[in-house]
Design a protein around this ligand. Structure first.
Ligand code: ADP
Length: 622
């Protein structure tokens, strides 16, 4: 192949521009990115060699070497991993295959530290070399190809790059950075070692550099022709807990998550027994931008006996824990395990169950001992955890204890246990209401009698709440009862006098009720009197077991047809507006107005707003 010139894909050009201009203040990350690519290339070789040992070409010891030539001002990162064919070099180093590029660009914040973290997240790592290099040359040969099938890729990081065939006896890739004149600081063993230990200590392959020694005669450090390992080369999770410092756990988290913030909590365990594995799992402090994408694969990497198998092994964590990051290293799974096999494996099932329990224990611990931290966690991930209530029946009770709500007593942080602890003598159920916003929930007429009697009501405003509650019926033996469903039966909480009074009022109101039922027969399934209301004239409720109006609205918004169950109109016979129903001439307008008000009060929309306005006008001008 003679020398060919290719243009970078337009996106690459943009990325190149951004990378070189916006990341300068954090330029040393280029080494982290290139070492990480080298390590990935070795992982890939190991993985492919599982079925084709010949790929090792009798060189099974994988490592990464970093060396420089101070005179030529070049810095080389060499690996003996999988390498690239000519086609691969053109494709991988000239285009960005991932759809995330535009996303990446739109997320650049101008804050250089944050942007630097994005670089890894979106896989534009290679191009970070251009932060310090005026030209990058890559010499590579794919494992299994012959020595004359090597390729040299070279670019100044502007519009195009060149490729040509070269002879490359050694398998793998050399990334050669031709450093800019003012980047001489990277031509120093000491400097490079310190960057490696800062960012790449956890890489489980040896990273080698040439030894440097003091030459007494020359009175200076001289580079020897002898290699030494400069990283710990022991992955954090393989070390014993007592040997790993908190800082090391945090650094490792930042490596695998590309999160610049420290994690909220982590757990590291070696599990022995029928299935043996090690888990190092983290809960991030902040939700990622794509938390709501349930199809997103998980953040847990699978290793088998320290060999990297795959990223994002979603079979290892339930969907509702998709925010968990970390590593699981199994001692039992076959090395050539595929995603399909993972789904079926009993060992994987045991690992998932064990890891789920671990994460829940970790959260329970935070909830118990670090309440502020837990409140923060809840803000970020609470709504996702709620999905678990409906998806993970085995852990439903534990999950229910981890839930936090707003209530009529506190705007946040109320657990079921708090609620139960505050229940009134004679109160048998946990009361709740669902609504679109906290303000709408607080203003619900259905709450009035509960307020009056000092009964706490949970105010649920997350989209998943309705769905969650269709899977959770009780807590600690106490049924969960919507205050907007069914007739209110406060049971023992109402005294005899109150009950009697209500019955009498209902009796006296019967003739009006019948007229109301007739007037509203197309809108309400039934009309009845209630003791639920104190200050409001009327409210809507649905039958026990029927879909709440809130859920029906959500389904409609989501474009699903919701079977429109007619609500029941409940009226407060003691209310002045209801008393005005005596006025036979305005009865019909007042009846519909009562209904319309009840719809509006619960955040609903009127089906015929014009009719409502006409009625109002008639009533106001009469
Ligand atoms: P990412 O590593 O996130 O995919 P990069 O821009 O860093 O993004 O690299 C692009 C691609 O180039 C990699 O996915 C890989 O296929 C290839 N590549 C980069 N460095 C190496 C290497 N040292 N050996 C083999 N392939 C490499």
């Amino acid at each position: 192949m003679s020398k060919q010139t290719h243009s970078f894909q337009a996106e690459v050009q943009q990325i190149l521009h951004l990378v070189t201009h916006s990341l300068y203040s954090n330029k040393e990350i280029f080494l982290r990115e290139l070492v990480s690519n080298a390590s990935d290339a070795c992982d890939k070789l190991r993985f492919e060699a599982l079925d084709a040992a010949a790929l090792y070409e009798d060189q099974p010891n994988l490592d990464i070497r970093i060396f420089f030539d101070a005179d030529a001002k070049t810095l080389t990162i060499r690996d003996n991993g999988i390498g690239m064919s000519a086609d691969e070099a053109v494709a991988h180093l000239g285009t960005i295959a991932k759809s995330g590029t535009r996303e990446f660009m739109s997320r650049l914040s101008g804050d250089q530290k944050k942007d630097a973290n994005l670089i890894g997240q979106f896989g534009v790592g290679f191009y970070s070399g251009f932060i310090v290099a005026e030209r990058m040359t890559v010499e590579t040969r794919r494992a299994g190809l012959s020595a004359d099938q090597g390729v040299r890729w070279s670019s100044a990081g502007t519009g195009d790059f060149e490729v040509e065939a070269v002879t490359k006896p050694a398998r793998g890739t050399d990334v050669i950075l031709h450093l800019r004149d003012d980047e001489a600081e990277f031509l120093s063993t000491w400097k490079l070692k310190s960057i490696v230990s800062k960012y790449s200590d956890h890489i489980s392959l040896p990273i080698l550099m040439k030894k440097e020694e003091w030459d007494a005669e020359a009175k200076k450090q001289v580079v020897k022709d002898e290699w030494e390992t400069v990283n710990k080369a022991a992955a954090v999770w393989t070390r014993s807990k007592s040997d790993v410092t908190d800082a090391e756990y945090q650094d490792f988290y930042k490596q695998i998550s590309y999160d610049s913030e420290a994690p909220l909590a982590y757990t590291h365990n070696r599990v022995e027994g029928r299935t043996e594995y090690t888990q190092l799992l983290y809960v991030p402090a902040k939700a990622p931008f794509d938390l709501w994408n349930r199809d997103k694969r998980g953040g847990v990497k699978l290793y088998v006996k320290r060999v990297f198998i795959m990223d994002d092994a979603e079979a290892l964590m339930p969907v509702y824990l998709r925010f968990v990051k970390g590593v699981i290293d199994s001692a039992d799974l076959p090395l050539n395990v595929s995603r399909e096999l993972l789904q079926e494996s009993r060992d994987v099932k045991a690992i998932r169950e064990g890891s789920t329990k671990r994460v829940l224990s970790m959260l329970e611990d935070v909830a118990e001992n670090q309440k502020d931290k837990y409140a923060e966690f809840w803000k970020q991930f609470g709504a996702v955890l709620k999905e678990g209530v409906g998806e993970d029946f085995a852990n439903q009770e534990r999950l229910a204890k981890l839930l936090r709500f707003a209530s009529t007593q506190a705007d946040e942080g109320v657990s079921f246990a708090d609620y139960v602890g505050r229940m009134k003598e004679g109160q048998e159920a946990v009361y709740y209401i669902t609504a679109e916003t906290l303000a709408a929930a607080k203003g619900s007429p259905q709450l009035e009698v509960f307020r009056k009697k000092g009964l706490e009501v949970l105010l649920l405003t997350d989209r998943v709440d309705e769905w969650m509650l269709s899977h959770l019926y009780e807590f600690d033996g106490k049924p969960l009862q919507s205050v907007a469903k069914g007739a209110v039966d406060l049971g023992k909480l109402q005294d005899e006098a109150e009950k009697k009074q209500a019955e009498e009022a209902a009796e006296a109101f019967k003739p009006v009720l019948e007229k109301l039922q007739a007037a509203l027969k197309d809108r309400a399934k039934d009309v009845r009197t209630t003791t639920r209301l104190v200050d409001s004239p009327a409210c809507l409720v649905v039958e026990d077991g029927a879909m709440s109006a809130h859920l029906a609205r959500m389904l409609k918004q989501a474009g699903q047809s919701a079977p429109a169950a007619q609500p029941i109109l409940e009226v407060n016979p003691a209310h002045a507006l209801v008393k005005r129903l005596d006025d036979a001439a305005r009865f019909d307008d007042l009846a519909h107005l009562l209904f319309d008000q009840a719809v509006l009060a619960e955040g609903g929309q009127l089906e015929d707003p014009a009719a409502h306005v006409q009625r109002m006008t008639r009533l106001l001008t009469a």
